[in-house]
Write a protein that binds this ligand. Sequence first.
Ligand code: F6R
Length: 610
Amino acid sequence: MCGIAAYIGEKNAYPIILEALKRLEYRGYDSAGITLYNEGKTTIYKETGAIVQLEKSLGKQSPKGKIGIGHTRWATHGAATAINAHPHHSQDKRLSLVHNGTILNHYILKEDLLANNFSFYGETDTEILVNYLSHQQKKENLNLLETVLRNAGKLEGRSVFVIHDKQDPEKLIACNLGGDLFIGKGKGKQILLCSDKNALAGYADKVLNLLPGMVAVIDKHCHIFDLNTQTELNPEWDKLKLNSEALEKGTYPHFMLKEIFEQETAISQTIKHLTKTSPNRLELVLEPYRRTITRLRKITIIACGTSWHAGLVAKHFFNELADLPVYCEYASEFMPNDVGSGDLVIAISQSGSTADTLQAVQAAKDAGATIISICNVDGSAITNLANVSLLTKAGPEIGVASTKAFTTQLAALLLIASQCGEWRGYLSPNKKKALWQELKNIPIKIKEVLRSNPKIAELAQKYQTANNFLYLGRGTGFPIAMEGALKLKEVSYIHAEGLSAGEMKHGSIALIDEKMPSLFIAPKDEHYDKIMNNLLEIKARHGKIIAITSETDKQIEAEADDIISIPTCPKLLYPFLTVVPLQLFAYHVALLRGTNIDKPRNLAKSVTVE
Ligand code: F6R
């Protein structure tokens, strides 16, 4: 969580950092700040709220300085106030620092600082961090690089920070203790550092992924050190290939809507990326683990939020295509004892930087499991941790509510499950081929579902005043119900629960009255008849019903208040189609309720704290 942007070069740093922070704003948007160094003076500007508030409060001032560090915050320690906003400065105002992540041993560091006559203006672990480094620097009479190299290893937890020293002002030091930081080199010896590679677009043509355990000294050049060995490294810089259109809303009013509509291409590109050649990428990268896969007795999936829902759908893929039981765990609840050597763990993460997932993956790896990651961000922390990394090709997902990442994760999971099925002798090559062909047809069917957008907007109008919603499904429809409910909660702030339709009668049915709408995930699969029973149970208690179904028949037409039709497809593929109307419904309800759709309150896109 939180976004870092820092600049050093020939130009005025303020507009460049401001623009980069706007691109990083999806990572946190409750306050923002920038430190600029100019002619012997460091000035810190901070404001609560979105970056635009900072921009407004600076008005026409246009602050000057060719070196600067900036930050957009998602509050962890301390409320979202201007005082707690980053950058933070040391007590003597010599050091200025921006930070992403949490320092777990901050209490201990603070006690020591208090005993040494430090006092604190705010409530953040970041202020403790900058004073800790300041104290160590003075105590041992070190320069800033030495201070960081000697002391960063004593900080517990995952974090990234960038720091400036007024007494050695022509450089910045960046340190990665678990998180993302990309260094971009542009023309004329300009260097821009950002938490997300995409935010470098237009400013850099070369990029270096500053990996966990690395420290960078950035002046007109860039020197990288290994925190463990304290020696200088010589890592490769990559060419930065970015399509800046992907970072714009284009003709859409919101990123969320744009990204819902992009699913058609995102899924096609993901399938193409993984299956284009023969042997395809999937087979090639999994080949070294083929023996492990053929002998597996179970798979463990680790993920959070929407990615966890993709994992729950994949349970059905692996069961039905590869005869493999799946344990799908919340990353934050993962117990490393559940896996051991010879086990396979699939970690799913759009961002690749979710702290809970990284923590669980590390624990699974330490326990001896082989890790396959499914991730949308090349070079992210999870791709570096995993034994095998498979990329989804959704393109940058900027709306905080995940949409296209979810369906591309489903595509990757279906491909992996069927490949495993073939290798395990459970799925014939012909059946796999036929299924992959059906999967390739899914984008066209999604296009058809997207045509219901105006109808779904009308339904949103009809139901927007409800204060609670139930989402109900069976089989793969159950995780889709959970995903639909999560989307509604996130963007419209309406309470919604995704439940197993079969479980509903064991308690939650008590909630039903004429004010409670229920959305049924009811494609014509093997659960249809039972779903119809559950629908009637709700109807008998005067609940309102919206049904998503693949073939309308007289019964559902008679019983449901509203129906959203989707095309037919093989039953395992229905999740790709049933989730789309739920994404659109959440979007339109949020639009009518006037919420901040792309940056809903209290949320951030990359959850880099535990
Ligand atoms: C919901 C959403 C979150 C993420 C979760 C995991 O719309 O976006 O629930 O799915 O925070 O994030 P990743 O997939 O980046 O690990």
